[in-house]
Write a protein that binds this ligand. Structure first.
Ligand code: BTN
Length: 273
């Protein structure tokens, strides 16, 4: 079986894949607990740079800030990519944004959706002025090396062919899928290949030239800058302000109502309009 409803298979991915390194070693599973966990274990056994783990479903998909990632079988993409090359030190904190830009470009290559980014790395579809989450990214640093010498597992979840009814009730207002937004199914093999191609291009460039291009592409696509936002910091403190600009390391500079400028490095951002 081929086409959007087909199970993922190496035969469905390889013809579309133009990468040199990323996906050369690709493990495809029917079910895992978390592709990030499986890939971290492979990394500890010496898996090479660019190793990819993909699963049809996850029983314990992890999201940012300790959340779970809804991962039903056969509908979406759940993929983790191992990056082991030493990045220029100032590039390391941009890795989640690098992945967000790759997801954005892959979705734009296959659809005409208005796709934008919410800081730090949520991929949104904007419809009638409202952004709904299509994809999320969770980067785990692994190993004991420090800074730019640490390998990274870049985990990406994209809601592809998930109908509204398959989302838990509490996510239906804020999350979406390519199927819901476009009205048609998207070929997951083709989307995965486009994603890995974009990721490799950005990774290769960043390894040699640093984060400049990622920062420029990210800022151009970022829906957060210029908006009034509420940020839930880790530990559940909440602050409100205007998202002004990104700091050189990718942190969000927030101007609070009393004029103070804060740099946010982790937290959940809510756009207030
Ligand atoms: C987020 O909360 O926005 C990040 C979601 C990341 C989900 C992906 S799915 C593939 C990989 N494996 C996981 O357990 N999580 C990431």
């Amino acid at each position: 079986m081929t086409g959007p409803a087909a199970p993922l298979s190496l035969d469905a991915i390889r013809p579309h894949l133009a990468t040199r390194v990323i996906g050369t070693t690709l493990h495809l599973h029917d079910q895992v607990d978390s592709t990030n966990r499986v890939l971290a274990a492979l990394a500890h056994e010496g898996a090479p740079d660019g190793t990819v783990v993909v699963a049809e479903s996850q029983t314990a998909g992890r999201g940012r800030l300790g959340r779970t990632w809804v991962s039903p079988r056969g509908l979406n993409l759940y993929v983790s990519i191992l990056l082991t090359r030493a990045l220029p030190p100032e590039t390391v904190t941009w890795t989640p944004m690098l992945a967000a830009v790759a997801v954005l470009r892959a979705i734009r290559a296959l659809t005409t959706l208005n796709v934008r980014l919410k800081w730090p790395n949520d991929v949104l579809a904007i419809r009638n002025g409202v952004g709904r989450k299509l994809a999320g990214i969770l980067v785990d640093a692994i190993g004991t090396g420090s800074g730019s010498r640490r390998a990274m597992v870049v985990g990406i979840g994209i809601n592809v062919n998930m109908p509204a009814a398959a989302f838990p009730e509490e996510l239906r207002a804020t999350a979406s899928s390519l199927l819901i937004e476009t009205g048609s199914s998207v070929d997951r093999g083709q989307l995965l290949a486009a994603l890995l191609d974009e990721l490799e291009r950005l990774y290769d460039h960043a390894c040699t030239h640093g984060p400049g291009d990622i920062a420029a592409a990210y800022q151009a696509a970022c829906d957060t800058i210029g908006k009034p936002v509420q940020v839930e910091l880790i530990g559940s403190e909440q602050i409100e302000g205007t998202a002004e600009v990104l700091a050189p390391d990718g942190a969000l500079r927030l101007r609070t109502k009393n004029g103070k400028v804060l740099e946010i490095r982790a937290g959940n951002v809510v756009h207030l309009r």
